[in-house]
Design a protein around this ligand. Structure first.
Ligand code: F6R
Length: 613
C-alpha cells in the first residue's frame, strides 16, 4: 500500500497542494517520499527514503515550483526503502515520470524483457517497468493515451498510477486496476489521488474510478477510457458527470476512510490487502525458494508472538496437511527452551508483522547462530527481521495503524498458505497442476473476506450488545483452533473481556467445569472437523449459550435451537476458511469495545510494536 497524488492547475504552483495531500496519505506508507513537477515541458524529480517531514526538509521539496505535479508516499513492496527505489520513477530519458500503488505480478518476466531490449533500469521496483513500457509506445509514435493503454494491458496485478509526460505539461495521466484511485474536480484545478482525504483541501467533488479505467486530467478537462477485451472505449461526458459526487466528510473522518477508527477501517481493508498479498506472492520465486529450503531441512521451527504466532499455527497446520511436513510452532519468547535441538540446515520461519518484535528477533538470532536458515515473513521491508533473515517473504498488507493486528493476520495466513502449497509441490505431495489449482483457489480470498465481513457485521453488532458476559470460550478443532485463538486474543485485547481458546476436544478434560447456565461458548467449525457438532451439544446440555460459526457449505449434524445458534459464513473449502471465519471475531471485539466506551485503536497497556523482552 502506498499513497499517490497528482494535481494540475490552470495557474499557480501546485507543489504545496501535493505536499499537503501527501501529509494526509502518509498513513498509507511512510518509508520514502517523492515529488515530480512538469516545469514547462521538463520533468524534475526529487525523492528519498524517510518520512515526509524529513524528506521535505532535506530535499527542500517546498522550493519546487510547477502547475502540474505528482507525489508519492511509499510502503515498500519490491526493493528496499532506499532513495533509488522511492517514487516517482522515470523512463530511460526522464520524459515520463510516474507514481504507483499496487503490486505487479509479472514483474520478473517484464523486467527481463525490458532489460533485453536495452532499457536502463535503475531501481529494483516493479513500478519503474511501467514507465519503460509507456516509453516504448511513445517512441513508436503512439499518442500517450494509446501508449498507456498498451502498457497497462501488459500488466498483471494491481495498480493505481499517476503519470507526467514531459511533452504534455498540463496533463496527468492515470490508470486503475485493483488499487484505489479517485479524481477530484475543483475550479481551474483537477486532481487524482489514492483517497478522499488527500484531496479535501482542493475540492469535495469526487469521482471514484473503477478497475480498468484510465485517462488524463488537465486543469479544465477530463477524459476517461475503459479497457475491455477488444481494446478500449471512451466514457461519455454524461456518464462521467453522473459519477461525480460531493462528499460531506470532515477531514478527521476522511483520514480514517470515513470510518470512526483505524481498526474497523483495517478490518474492511482486508479484501484489498489480500488482493495485494496474493498478487505479490502467488508466483513469487522467493516463495518457491523458501519452500525448497523447508522440504530439505532436517527440522522446521515456526516462531512468532501473539497474532503472528497464530498465523504460524495456521502454517504448521497446512504444512502438515498439504505437504506432510512436520514443524514445531513456538511462541517467540519460549525459543530458548528448544534451542538445544536446533542444528545446521534447520529452517526457522519467523513471522512478524512489524519485523521488529524483540522476542522474535532474539529467537532468530539464537537459531541462526546454531546454523539455522531464517525465512522471515513480514509486512515491513527493511525491518530488522528483513535484514536478519536469509530470505524474506513480504505480506504486502500496507501499514496497520490500529494496535490490534487484523489485516496483517489474514495477509500473513495467505503468504504462509502459498508457502505450504509450494512446499507440497517441492516435496511431490502435490503435482504442479494440483499446486496451481490450490493456489488458484486463494484468488477467491478477497471476495470471501468481503462477504464474511458483510455477513458478520450485523451479527457481531448484535452479540456485542449483550453486556452481561464475564468470560467466554472460543473453541475449534484442526484449522478452527488457531482461528479460535486469534478470535479470543482480539476479544481480550480490544474488548477487555476474558476469552479463552482451546481445542474443543479438551472440554471434558477440565474446562467444561466452568460451564453453567448462559455461559457463552463460540465454536469455530471448519470443514476438517464435523465432530465439533458433538462439542456444541455437550456444551448446550450444560446450559451454555452456544454460537457455532460455520462455513455455509459445511454439513454439520446440528440444528439451531434455543441453546445453539448457527452463524453462517461464506464457504469455499478449507483454504478459504481463515478468511471466512476470522472477521467475525475482529468485528465482535471491535463493537464490544466501542459499546463499552473503549478506544479500539489504542488498547490499554499495549503497543503496536513490542521492542522489549
Ligand atoms: C495482537 C497483536 C500482537 C502482535 C504481536 C507480534 O493483535 O497485534 O499480538 O501480533 O505483538 O507482533 P509482530 O507481528 O509485529 O511481531
Amino acid at each position: 500500500m502506498c499513497g499517490i497524488i497528482g494535481v494540475t492547475a490552470r495557474d499557480g504552483n501546485v507543489v504545496p497542494l501535493v505536499l499537503e495531500g501527501l501529509e494526509r496519505l502518509e498513513y498509507r506508507g511512510y518509508d520514502s517520499v517523492g515529488v515530480a513537477v512538469n516545469a514547462g515541458g521538463r520533468i524534475l524529480v526529487r525523492k528519498a527514503s524517510g518520512k515526509l517531514a524529513d524528506v521535505r526538509r532535506r530535499l527542500a521539496l517546498d522550493s519546487l515550483v510547477g502547475s502540474t505535479a505528482i507525489g508519492h508516499t511509499r510502503w515498500a513492496t519490491h526493493g528496499a526503502p532506499n532513495d533509488v527505489n522511492a517514487h516517482p520513477h522515470e523512463d530511460c530519458d526522464g520524459s515520463i515520470a510516474l507514481v504507483h500503488n499496487g503490486v505487479i505480478r509479472n514483474y520478473a518476466s517484464l523486467r527481463e524483457e525490458l532489460a533485453s531490449r536495452g532499457h536502463r533500469l535503475r531501481s529494483e521496483t516493479d513500478t519503474e517497468l511501467i514507465a519503460h513500457l509507456i516509453e516504448e509506445g511513445v517512441k513508436a509514435g503512439l499518442p500517450v493515451i494509446e501508449a498507456l493503454a498498451g502498457a497497462i494491458s501488459r500488466l498483471d496485478g494491481s495498480y493505481a498510477l499517476a503519470i507526467l509526460v514531459a511533452g504534455e505539461p498540463g496533463r496527468i495521466y492515470f490508470a486503475r486496476m485493483r488499487s484505489p484511485l479517485i479524481l477530484g474536480f475543483g475550479e481551474g484545478v483537477n486532481a487524482v489521488a489514492s483517497d478522499i482525504p488527500a484531496l479535501l483541501h482542493l475540492t469535495r467533488r469526487i469521482m471514484t474510478l473503477e478497475d480498468g479505467e484510465f485517462g488524463w486530467i488537465s486543469p479544465d478537462r477530463v477524459e476517461i477510457y475503459r479497457l475491455g477485451a477488444g481494446g478500449y472505449e471512451r466514457l461519455k461526458a454524461i456518464e462521467v458527470q453522473a459519477r461525480v459526487k460531493t462528499v460531506e466528510w470532515t477531514l478527521e473522518k476522511a483520514s480514517k476512510g470515513g470510518y470512526p477508527h483505524f481498526m474497523i477501517k483495517e478490518i474492511y481493508e482486508q479484501p484489498q490487502a489480500l488482493q495485494d498479498t496474493y498478487n505479490g506472492a502467488v508466483e513469487a520465486p522467493e516463495v518457491s525458494r523458501a519452500a525448497r529450503l523447508i522440504v530439505e531441512a532436517p527440522r522446521v521451527y515456526v516462531v512468532g508472538a501473539g497474532t503472528s504466532y497464530h498465523a504460524g499455527l495456521v502454517f504448521s497446520y497446512y504444512l502438515s496437511r498439504l505437504a506432510g511436513v512436520a514443524s514445531i510452532p513456538l511462541i517467540s519468547s519460549e525459543f530458548k527452551f528448544y534451542e538445544s535441538t536446533v542444528g545446521e540446515g534447520d529452517v526457522v520461519v519467523a513471522v512478524s508483522q512489524s519485523g521488529e518484535t524483540y522476542d522474535t528477533l532474539e529467537a532468530v538470532r539464537a537459531y541462526k547462530a546454531r546454523g539455522a536458515v531464517v525465512i522471515g515473513v513480514t509486512n515491513v521491508v527493511g525491518s530488522a527481521l528483513d535484514r536478519l533473515g536469509d530470505l524474506t517473504l513480504y505480506i504486502r498488507a500496507g501499514p496497520e495503524i490500529g494496535v490490534a493486528a487484523t489485516k496483517t493476520f489474514t495477509s500473513q495466513v495467505m503468504v504462509l498458505q502459498l508457502l505450504a502449497i509450494r512446499a507440497a509441490e517441492a516435496r511431490g505431495a502435490l503435482d504442479p497442476s494440483e499446486a496451481r489449482e490450490k493456489a488458484g483457489i486463494l484468488a477467491a480470498a478477497p471476495q470471501v473476506a468481503s462477504e464474511a465481513i458483510r455477513s458478520s457485521e450485523p451479527l457481531a453488532k448484535l452479540l456485542a450488545s449483550r453486556g452481561n458476559w464475564r468470560s467466554i470460550y472460543v473453541l475449534g478443532r484442526g484449522l478452527g483452533y488457531p482461528i479460535a485463538k486469534e478470535g479470543a486474543l482480539k476479544i481480550k485485547e480490544i474488548a477487555y473481556l476474558h476469552a479463552e481458546a482451546y481445542p474443543a476436544g479438551e472440554s471434558k478434560h477440565g474446562p467444561i467445569a466452568l460451564v453453567e447456565d448462559g455461559f457463552p461458548v463460540f465454536l469455530v467449525a471448519t470443514s476438517d472437523s464435523p465432530e465439533i457438532a458433538g462439542n456444541a451439544l455437550e456444551m448446550a446440555a450444560r446450559g451454555a449459550d452456544v454460537m457455532v460459526l460455520k462455513p455455509s457449505d459445511m454439513e454439520l449434524d446440528l440444528k439451531s435451537s434455543e441453546r445453539i445458534r448457527i452463524l453462517s459464513m461464506p464457504g469455499g473449502g478449507l483454504l478459504l476458511e481463515p478468511y471466512s471465519l476470522t472477521p467475525f471475531f475482529q468485528l465482535l471485539a471491535y463493537y464490544k469495545a466501542v459499546q463499552s466506551g473503549y478506544d479500539p485503536d489504542k488498547p490499554r497497556n499495549l503497543a503496536k510494536t513490542v521492542t522489549v523482552e
